[in-house]
Design a protein around this ligand. Structure first.
Ligand code: SAM
Ligand code: DTB
Ligand code: SF4
Length: 322
């Protein structure tokens, strides 16, 4: 019987986290098999539809105007975005995720263009996900009406550590947007970043917060910090990949039915480490040679990695999120 709970404690998550690695991975793999059966990998392509110049001060992010560390580009044209989505579909992606460096979207021409992008991506037969910052209930409803499959909004870290990373919005602001997304009937994509100076308990607390939401997120991206020159976190030491494996395994055990995404940071992991993350329950990756502003393994390398491991890609709409 799958263990679906919403009353996890940090101590329980920590006890799982600290198990001998092979015991932890074995348990997580068991939960994964029970929830999904055959292990398939969801391929999600990512596109930055509006880049940089963001007023928020997220310490990890090259798109914050305060760090002046990355390119600044206005909202892309709908036709360009849909051409990129069609290309991603051609390469085998089943989900197209569009990110905008906004604190929150403003109603009007730009929000209407995003709705058009969502309709277009769905029209291509792909799942559509956007991440646009904080949302109102009305904006969530309009995105739902346009056919949005999922909304990405990360808690990033524990509530305790959050203030060390971001000062321009609160944890509660983030939770309110997640509630607006859930109430509108859109799938929730919510996870975090490891390697930002947080403790192991902070990592466990983030996963417990996600698991104790009234409904588990359908999708949980686990990012390793991509250190970018000019950001306050540029000099953080590289995350130990075993820490990534442990966090993924705990996410799988706490939220057995979620798509757990091995997200940013794959360029600094070798393929064996990535496959160990999959063994521990990761069943989704960002696919395509760019994340938002930084790089990702190219399509050919990922195809070769999956083939080498005998892993197959998920069919469109086979995930429980839609
Ligand atoms: N502005 C919107 C927001 O913050 O909700 C959407 C875009 S924002 C870039 C999406 C997510 O990307 C962040 O919540 C964060 O988890 C992740 N991210 C940004 N920069 C990163 C980095 N350098 N390394 C790892 N993840 C990063
Ligand atoms: C998520 O959790 N990770 C993605 C996506 N959601 C939007 C973003 C990763 C960004 C990495 C840094 C960059 O490329 O700018
Ligand atoms: Fe802006 Fe999002 Fe980057 Fe924060 S993570 S600075 S909100 S783009």
């Amino acid at each position: 019987m799958l263990n679906i709970r919403h009353d996890w404690t940090v101590a329980e998550a920590r006890a799982l986290h600290d198990l001998p690695l092979l015991e932890l991975v074995w348990r997580a793999q068991g939960a994964h098999r029970e929830a999904f059966g055959e292990h398939k990998v969801q391929l999600c392509s990512l596109l930055s539809i509006k880049t940089g110049g963001c007023p928020e001060d997220c310490g990890y992010c090259p798109q914050s105007a305060r760090h002046g560390s990355g390119p600044v580009e206005p909202l892309m044209a709908v036709s360009e975005v849909l051409a990129a989505a069609a290309e991603a579909r051609g390469a085998g992606a089943t989900r197209f995720c569009m990110g905008a460096a906004w604190r929150a979207p403003k109603d009007g021409r730009q929000f209407d263009a995003v709705l058009e992008m969502v309709r277009g991506v769905r029209g291509l037969g792909m799942e559509a996900c956007v991440t646009l910052g904080m949302l109102t209930d009305d904006q969530a409803r309009r995105l739902k009406d346009a056919g949005l499959s999922a909304y990405n909004h990360n808690l990033d870290t524990s509530e305790e550590h959050y203030g060390e990373i971001i000062s321009t919005r609160t944890y509660d602001d983030r939770l309110r947007t997640l509630a607006a997304v859930r109430n509108a009937g859109i799938g929730v994509c919510c996870g975090g970043i490891l390697g930002m100076g947080e403790s192991i308990d902070d990592r466990c607390a983030l996963l417990v917060t996600l698991a104790n939401l009234p409904t588990h997120p359908e999708s949980v991206p686990i990012n390793a910090l991509v250190p970018v020159e000019g950001t306050p976190l540029a000099d953080r030491p590289k995350l130990d990949t075993v820490d990534m494996v442990r966090a993924i395994a705990v996410a799988r055990l706490l939220m057995p039915r979620a798509m757990v995404r091995l997200s940013a940071g794959r360029l600094s992991m070798n393929e064996e480490a990535q496959l160990l993350c999959m063994m521990a329950g990761a069943n989704s990756i960002f696919y395509g040679d760019r994340l938002l502003t930084t790089g990702n393994p190219d399509v050919a390398a990922d195809q070769a990695m999956l083939a080498r491991a005998g892993l197959t890609a998920l069919d469109p709409f086979a995930s429980p999120s839609v």
